[in-house]
Design a protein around this ligand. Structure first.
Ligand SMILES: [Mn+2]
Length: 476
């Protein structure tokens, strides 16, 4: 126990000693500055990162402003403050215009960087990025994690829970079902501060807020008899002797005993083994179990209690262009802002349901040899990925699904891909593939192995789909 305690209070151990040094420099930059501007990415990771920084600066009594932006907006910005902090973005962008004699720049990002460590610059410029120190920014630390490590140099261990929310929002645990690398250290800090409980659980979304039979019906990585069939889910639970209600209230996954979870796990393994090709069988346990995180200060059954559900609520705010509401909730507002957040989540759900109907009315999913796609012309570009993820369980789970639509207030097409995690476990990184294919048609893209996207020029969808489909010949 003792050695664990010591380890948790080191900020980052080997190989991070030089990274520790960089965090001390960042600490100094913040300490000296009086007028600070934060630009953070407009997604769950970025909003959590911004919230950690803003909470930290409040406590330090530093004046600051915060804006949540998408990556393409950076080139239109100008330096107007003594210190500009970029979080969860900046590493992939040219920031020269922010570097003036009167303006300092601090970047806290985890995306691949376009610069070398300590490049010669016109101004005081510090970029903190795990990729400089031999760590993998996709799985070992998120943007919010990087901002937490800075807050930690001021002793604010209690902000650690937002570092875990960031990691979950950024899908950093998607390949192993666990926190790795620096994320694990951040988790240890929040467990020690009694803010989080880490629970090895069935990885079924909606642990706190969805009735279990509903949560099960959304199982979509493989098409099972229970997928999109609530009646089948109820009879499955009956068969296993797992009550669906507790008095008048429907039971959620969080209400199940360890024994009940064990029964359900075994049954899901059995059902999946019947359904998946032999090469995927070894991935089944990983597909249906993993670590979940409860925020202990939040009420049981609240959408903020489970990290994964909380990240959905934050995303609903950002997708409806109200990141400031999520920011208030993250910083502690549990009154007005939480109501607004609930309303946005409801609007979001309604919008998604309507678009799901629209796709299904006309059977808009078109199969190709290795992929399937839909033209989401009626769907806003910032939710095309969410819809692709939801519609996957209605198509052929063995093929990735690609949705495309026109970019809102801009030019070109937004393309989103989602696929069963089994495809990614088997070694295909669709984020890298979509980047390559997008570049071939004059666009750009990237992302995670199971969830990624691209922007491509108008009129290039057909070529994009053909190249993508061909590139998968013999690989699925
Ligand atoms: Mn991120």
């Amino acid at each position: 126990m003792k050695s664990q305690f010591v380890e948790n209070h080191e900020m980052v151990g080997n190989p991070g000693n030089t990274m520790n040094l960089a965090f001390s420099k960042a600490h100094e930059m913040v300490e000296k500055a009086e007028d600070i501007k934060i630009y953070s990415h407009i997604d769950c990771d970025g909003i959590s990162a911004g919230s950690i920084l803003s909470s930290m600066l409040d406590r330090l009594g530093k004046d600051h402003e915060i804006d949540f932006i998408s990556l393409d907006k950076i080139e239109d910005l100008e330096a107007c403050n003594e210190l500009t902090i970029f979080s969860d973005l900046g590493s992939g962008q040219n920031l020269d215009s922010f570097c003036t004699s009167s303006s300092k720049v601090l970047v806290l990002d985890h995306h691949p960087t376009v610069r070398k460590l300590n490049p010669p610059t016109e101004c005081e410029f510090l970029e903190l990025n795990p990729n400089f120190y031999g760590m993998d920014g996709s799985y070992e630390v998120s943007g919010g994690g990087m901002t937490y490590l800075l807050a930690k140099t001021f002793g604010f261990y209690d902000l650690s829970w937002m570092g875990i929310l960031s990691a979950v929002g950024d899908m950093q645990n998607s390949l192993t079902g666990k926190m790795q690398g620096l994320n694990q250290r951040i988790l240890a800090d929040s467990i020690q501060a009694k803010l989080i409980e880490s629970i090895n659980d069935l990885s079924i979304y909606g642990r706190q807020t969805r009735p279990l039979f509903v949560a099960l019906s959304y199982f979509g990585d493989v098409k099972l008899p229970i997928t999109n069939n609530k009646t089948e889910c109820i009879s499955l639970l009956n068969k296993l002797g797992i009550p669906t209600t507790n008095g008048k209230k429907y039971r959620s996954l969080c209400d199940l005993s360890v024994l009940e979870k064990g029964k359900l796990f075994s049954e899901l393994v059995r059902m999946l083994s019947l359904e998946v090709p032999p090469k995927y069988v070894k991935y089944i346990p990983k597909l249906i179990s993993g670590d979940s995180y409860d925020f202990l200060k939040e009420e049981k059954y609240s959408p903020l209690r489970d990290a994964s559900e909380f990240s959905t609520a934050v995303n609903a705010c950002s997708r409806h262009s109200h990141p400031e509401i999520a920011l208030k909730v993250l910083k502690g507002d549990r009154a007005l802002a939480l109501d607004e957040m609930d309303n946005l989540a409801l609007d979001h759900k309604r919008y998604l349901a309507q678009k799901m109907d629209w796709i299904q009315e006309e059977e808009r999913i078109v199969p190709m040899n290795n992929i399937q796609y839909f033209n989401g012309s009626e769907i806003e570009s910032n939710v095309i990925g969410t819809i692709a993820g939801m519609i996957l369980s209605y198509g052929d789970w063995k093929k990735p699904i690609i949705g495309f639509t026109e970019v809102k207030d801009g030019e070109g097409l937004k393309v989103s891909l989602r696929c069963s995690r089994l495809l990614a476990y088997d070694g295909i990184h669709f984020g890298n593939l979509i980047r390559e294919v997008a570049e071939k048609v004059g666009g750009s893209g990237g992302g995670h192995s199971v969830a990624c996207g691209a922007y491509i020029p108008d009129g290039s969808a057909e070529r994009f789909l053909n190249i993508f489909d061909e590139s998968l010949n013999g690989r699925l």
